[in-house]
Design a binder for this molecule. Structure first.
Ligand code: SAM
Length: 356
């Protein structure tokens, strides 16, 4: 079968054999890639029209108890300048974001145990009390089910926890022995079962990744059926064991965004900061490959540089939440427009969302 026929099959059946997935990931010509992007775009426009959802990202702590080999805020990076926002700082970010038109706040951080179950619950509760029309998304890593349940009851709506790689062997190359793919997956299933809209995802081109690992990622996502999928290129950070590793490929990331859009038509798919870091118009190209969400930075300016997951992370320019005018213009330049609203997924949850 020709590559274009495989792309059409993917659109029609939302699935391919492993061999066919490998062909699409590895062998498309530039013209075939354009065909893939166009089909992904058409599906995205059928599902979501020309609308792009925005999320205000609040990176509220860069303390982390984990030591992931790829990550700039890993525990062993003694040169990272650590910070932790206060609950009032976080609320202030949300207030500023609300004025700018954000109706989803993403609280993201390292795995910082100083944010206890009850402490974070209070923060979630106060954001939801002041802004009941907003969604709160958490992205604070692996915690016990009881913590997740408590935060859900406090008002959190969504949870982002990239699985990073669904290939056991590859997982071990990216993480110390104290972490496991099984534990990560359990968290994702717990979150889904509690009733969260769940986001998983992976880095493209992380050290040791093969096309087989990527296919395992796609198969795992078919099993999990998440509402959101976050992917971006791996980018090296000088203070990590992967300092000398090469960055992931921009083109392969775009191809995977399109594959995901065709496999999961209603999924929320961000054009990530890493995509905007590797190429200056990376997020616009991501939107043209099927992405439908952007997550500008709402963190206070003085901490942004410190949340450095990889070298040269964009953080003080046009990608920030305060630059909504230029963001809007960039998005309009590719034929889409920003909307004010919570921007929920069109996917009905596998498990019926439990009332709080
Ligand atoms: N601690 C939370 C967790 O583990 O889910 C949230 C913060 S974590 C830093 C957010 C995401 O950043 C990770 O899931 C990972 O995929 C991404 N990330 C970390 N280091 C990266 C790198 N060097 N290049 C690209 N993405 C990276």
């Amino acid at each position: 079968m020709k590559n274009v026929e495989i792309i059409k099959k993917l659109e029609r059946e939302r699935n391919l054999t492993d061999k066919e997935f490998a062909r699409v990931i590895e062998t498309l010509t530039a013209t075939e890639r354009e065909e893939l992007f166009a089909r992904a775009r058409a599906v995205r426009e059928r599902e979501y029209g020309k609308v792009v959802y925005i999320r205000g990202l609040i990176e509220f702590t860069n303390y982390c108890k984990n030591d992931c080999y790829y990550c700039g805020i890993r525990k062993s990076n003694k040169n990272a300048e650590r910070y932790r926002l206060t609950p009032e700082d976080i609320l202030e970010c949300a207030r500023e974001g609300y004025k700018l038109g954000f109706r989803t706040f993403v609280l993201q951080g390292g795995e910082d145990i100083r944010f206890t179950k009850d402490g974070l619950a209070e923060i979630i509760f106060s954001i939801k009390k002041e802004f009941p029309d907003c969604a709160v998304t958490l992205s604070v890593g692996e915690r016990c089910r009881e913590d997740y349940q408590c935060w859900y009851e406090a008002g959190a709506d969504r949870y982002l926890l990239r699985h990073e790689t669904a290939d056991e062997e590859h997982y071990k190359k990216l993480h110390p022995a104290s972490m496991s793919l099984a534990a990560r997956k359990k968290c994702l299933y717990d979150l889904r079962d509690i009733g969260y809209q769940v986001g998983a995802g992976f880095m493209v081109g992380s050290p040791g990744q093969t096309v087989e690992s990527l296919i395992k990622d796609l198969r795992f996502l078919q099993e999990l059926k998440p509402h959101m999928i976050g992917i971006g290129p791996f980018l090296s950070h000088q203070e990590t064991p992967f300092a000398e590793e090469k960055n992931g490929s921009f083109e392969t990331t775009l191809v995977l965004l399109s594959i995901l859009r065709l496999m999961f038509p209603g999924v929320l798919l961000p054009a990530t900061t890493a995509l905007g870091t590797i190429e200056s118009d990376g997020r616009e190209k991501g939107l043209l490959a099927g992405a439908n969400v952007v997550m500008p930075n709402l963190s206070p300016v003085h901490v942004r540089k410190k949340y450095e997951l990889y070298d040269n992370k964009i953080c003080t320019g046009e990608e920030s939440a305060q630059s909504t005018d230029s963001l809007r213009a960039r998005i309009e330049s590719v034929g889409y427009h920003l909307v004010v609203g919570r921007g929920d997924s069109r996917i009905s949850p596998l498990t019926v969302s439990k009332s709080k």
